[in-house]
Design a protein around this ligand. Structure first.
Ligand code: J2J
Length: 546
């Protein structure tokens, strides 16, 4: 297996020195961070998993991570090995992730919604040696999926099940626990994990993050959200996603010595009772969920008064909804505009209300470099709308093992092309005005058009496919698949197309919401499919249906 460092482009020395000199990179690792917190806050509660009545102190989490690290080493898992982790919001997620951090093996953060097609890709592409799953979740049997993946991916030696019934696989709780000395402790500039990109290409790209860079983003986020030992973070979104993981998320909360409460589901019915019972002080939500919470809070009998901060991000939050947060929930709003590739912007707790409700915040770091450029990469005057490029102490310099893609996704001097279209205010806050990447933002869940088009093209009766966004009052956007049926065969029906895509095994949120049949696509001046025209057509069509 190739040296993982060689697969992950990193910062030039000059930049690394600058970030160290500024005190952003402090030479911490996740393994040591947890140990240090266990020494300092040993008896304080770190993780609460209400579904199983688990309340682990920092000392317990630290000890469990140590024991599991021994178990993983016992299985032959080593520093630099990749391990696909697909767990729901359960305590074991943290035990597994910190054990991997200690060993220096890299978690690959799959989402619970991912299915065969995504998981097989993550395992095969990263040459993963292990895959960690629940026994079943949301009515889906992960053991069966793991059987299939294992049969197809030769590097995958172990499937580890965090649950009572492991089927043919290993039970997490049964791994050996004899202490093993760590001989090859991870270094601060080593990779810590691979995060998933929202993506705009045929297969999701993987994002290599180091201990140093990610810990800086956690520290910065924890400061901006004023976290301390008394903070109680409700992890309502899927724990592995970058937003609830790090902005400031569960890891930022653990960094600050606070408490993480895991919600199995983010809806008000399950989250509100937890807020009351556990005295939750902050949480992060995507806009559609924030809207649900706002509506439910207007007539709830639960006491939500402990809530101090609601973070909203992942997709554009309307000004109108933003204005409702403080009056309705009685807490501060912080808008967050972040990305798993790095850059995270927050509105600040002391920002004037106008900025909080009309912008998506400003960067964490004084060393985050922001450029707003035109189509030719020329810098635009302040206040104009253009492409956002960024470089900084926690923004990657390239995707994992993707030299060709990196050549276009980054400028030659290392700026990441976010694909977002923004405007910068005089205060340095960013307003997200649109998107240039070929992606649909379905209420915070990202769908890469090309990935779905490839699945559609596998259908024998489909000649061509183009997936675009269509406006949706609740999710902001949904997906519409335009399809040109193959000539001479009976065109499929929309439900059948959806069924076909679903049967190929992919996250449910990626199945097209709507399928439209056409005989040809509109094209641009240079003969490319005009997605702009398709978006306009479906928007018009939906208006007429109203
Ligand atoms: C508009 N678009 C937004 C916002 C993200 C914190 C918060 C979110 C993410 C995330 C994250 C937006 N308004 N407030 O990783 O740490 C869109 C942009 C961006 C893309 C990144 C975090 N907040 N977006 O959403 O990697 O298009 O990260 O480039 O999933 O989401 O998606 P993702």
């Amino acid at each position: 297996v190739a040296d993982p460092a060689a697969l992950a482009p990193t910062w030039p020395d000059e930049f690394a020195e600058r970030y160290r000199a500024a005190g952003h990179w402090r030479g911490e690792t996740f393994g040591r961070m947890l140990r240090e917190r266990a020494v300092r806050h040993g008896d304080r509660i770190a993780i609460v998993d209400p579904a199983t009545d688990i309340r682990w102190t920092y000392a317990e989490l630290d000890e469990r991570a140590d024991r599991l690290a021994a178990g993983l080493l016992g299985l032959g898992i080593r520093k630099g090995d990749r391990v696909v982790v697909q767990l729901p919001n359960i305590a074991a997620f943290f035990e597994v992730v910190f054990a991997l951090f200690r060993v220096g093996a890299l978690p690959v953060f799959a989402l619970p919604a991912h299915r065969y097609s995504e998981i097989r890709h993550f395992c095969a592409f990263t040459e993963a040696v292990a895959y960690v799953v629940p026994d079943a979740a949301d009515g889906f049997d992960h053991r069966e999926l793991a059987d299939r993946i294992r049969a197809e991916v030769p590097t995958l030696r172990h499937v580890i099940v965090a649950g009572d019934d492991p089927g043919r696989h290993l039970r997490l709780a049964d791994l050996p626990t004899e202490p093993v000395a760590l001989t090859d402790e991870p270094r601060p500039d080593d990779l810590a994990f691979l995060q998933l990109s929202g993506g705009s290409t045929g297969v999701p790209k993987l994002i290599p993050r180091t201990h140093d860079d990610y810990l800086y983003s956690l520290r910065g986020s924890a400061d901006i959200c004023a976290l301390d030992e008394d903070s109680v973070y409700l992890c309502a979104l899927p724990a592995a996603h970058n937003f609830p993981l790090s902005s400031p998320g569960s890891l930022g909360t653990l960094y600050a010595g606070g408490r993480v409460v895991l919600a199995a589901r983010p809806a008000p019915e399950s989250a509100f009772p937890l807020i009351e019972r556990e005295g939750v002080t902050l949480t992060g939500l995507v806009p559609p969920l924030a809207l649900l919470w706002l509506d439910a809070a207007e007539h709830t009998s639960y006491d939500l008064s402990s809530l101090e901060i609601l973070l909203v991000g992942g997709a554009r939050f309307s000004e109108q909804a933003a204005r409702r947060v403080t009056p309705t929930l009685g807490c501060a709003l912080q808008q967050v505009f972040g990305m798993a590739e790095g850059l995270v912007n927050y509105t600040r707790l002391d920002d004037p209300e106008e900025l909080v409700v009309t912008t998506q915040g400003r960067p964490i770091s004084p060393h985050d470099e922001i450029r707003v450029v035109d189509d030719e990469d020329r810098d635009l005057p302040p206040g104009e709308v253009g492409h956002l490029l960024t470089r900084g102490p926690y923004t990657i310099r390239g995707y994992w093992n993707a030299p060709e893609h990196n050549a276009t996704a980054f400028t030659t001097d290392g700026f990441y092309r976010t694909g977002d279209v923004v405007r910068r205010t005089a205060t340095g806050h960013l307003v997200v005005e649109g998107r240039a990447k070929d992606q649909i933002n379905r209420g915070g869940e990202k769908v890469a058009a090309e990935e779905i088009e490839n699945h559609l093209l596998a259908h024998p009766a489909i000649h061509d496919a183009a997936v675009v966004s269509m406006p949706d009052p609740y999710l902001g956007e949904r997906t519409c698949a335009y399809v040109v049926p193959r000539e001479g065969v009976a065109p499929p029906r929309a439900v059948e197309v959806k069924r076909f895509v679903r049967a190929r095994g992919l996250a449910e949120y990626k199945v097209p919401d709507r399928v439209e049949f056409v005989t040809a696509f509109p094209v641009t001046g240079i003969g490319k499919v005009s997605k702009k025209d398709l978006r306009a057509a479906i928007t018009e069509h939906l208006k007429q249906l109203e």
